[in-house]
Ligand binder design. Sequence first.
Ligand code: SAH
Ligand code: SF4
Ligand code: F3S
Length: 448
Amino acid sequence: MGKVFVQTFGCQMNVYDTGKIHALLGKDGYEPTESMDDADVIIVNTCSIREKPELKLHSFLGEALKIKRTQDRPVTVAVAGCVAQQEGDKLLKRYRELDLVFGPDAVPRVRDLVSAAGSEVPRATKQVLDTQFLDLDTYVFASDLDPASEGQVGAFVTIQKGCDNKCTFCIVPSTRGPEVSRPSDQIVAEVQALVDTGVREITLIGQNVNSYGLKVAGERTFAQLLYAVSDVKGVERIRYTTSHPRDMGPDVIQAYRDLPKLTSHLHLPVQSGSSRVLRRMKRFYTRERFLDVVEQLKDARPDIVLSTDFIVGFPGESDEDFEETMTLLDIVGFESSFSFKYSQRPDTPALRLLKHEVPHDVAQARLMRLQARQREISRQANEALAGQTHAVLVEGPSRYDEGVVCGRTSTFKIVNFPGSLDQIGHTVDVSIIAGFTNSLRGEPALFA
Ligand code: SAH
Ligand code: SF4
Ligand code: F3S
């Protein structure tokens, strides 16, 4: 019986892939461990979306290889995920003791890879590489359930891999390869299997979920998939991420009218409020089109809460462009957002725009202004909820106080309220008594 330690950086795709790695290696008798020192196999699942997450790999590897060097049993050290795909062989050359480098498409083959890279002798190294991309005809999604998601309140289910867009700032198309939609029957089967273990909330994940199925003859569209998942008995809530504003069509908007299980929250990354910048980013929508989509969504689901991603300091972003981002934030009233300074990524088209690079201090000042305004909007929106009653799906104990549990509203707001652990997995009506920047406080609603 071996032990495997997986450190996960990056997005939901990596969280999901880590789950699959545990499920697959579990078939060979590997148990997950929380301690790197105990592990026979150490895997770091990496992200390269910006420079900072990429740097995390190198400090992590230093530690992992030290363990390999000092144990008197064999330890296999592997790099997985987007940096593995991007750097491939270069990682093996830079770290001569590294055993295995495999990209996101190789996750379904992880059992063979770990067994090929493993040694009987402590400190020995074979150096195995698998960064092969698979396409529609060859890619097989692993169907084994992540043991850690069984019986949880919420679980991710991947619906597609890769991305066929070419947003000029983005590394993902080259680290995750071509878009492949997972057969919808398999998705529905996985949802059913998760629900059978007690899961209540399903989050469908992909880099561009709205384009799901479009390239496969006879496959369901994304909207049709939403209806199919909604039909699975036992599913209480459906979320999805990430959608591309360009592909947010009338059929998905209609689903907000038809499907009560579809939650009243949507993460819709806009990146910039300036059509000029959006064109340079090759996002293929304008500020006006984005606002139009927002209007339609609010019309279909009046209580919908929107969140987004922003990039500031994209090459060529002028003061006026940035002001348009600031006004868009106010007009849409995004209740939360992730915002980042543009980060140069290897071999991405935006590198050609670097003669228009925005100075670092200008970008930093813009980021601070955007984030300060976002905090204000978030706090005001949350304060305004005081006095309302919301259905809260309880996820677990509060991190801070005993006798307090924590859950989310349909609008994805975190609510802490006095409750008991047997409420976990149940939906409870909660009166909101206070709102803060990132969460709400409530008390159980009383009915006369
Ligand atoms: N597929 C999703 C986004 C995935 S990446 C979409 O299309 O929206 C998550 C977020 O990281 C992006 O929305 C973007 O805001 C940010 N991001 C991606 N590349 C970046 C870069 N080079 N510099 C800064 N932020 C970046
Ligand atoms: Fe990157 Fe654009 Fe694909 Fe999102 S849609 S993963 S930002 S290329
Ligand atoms: Fe990072 Fe790869 Fe996800 S670059 S954000 S882990 S797709």
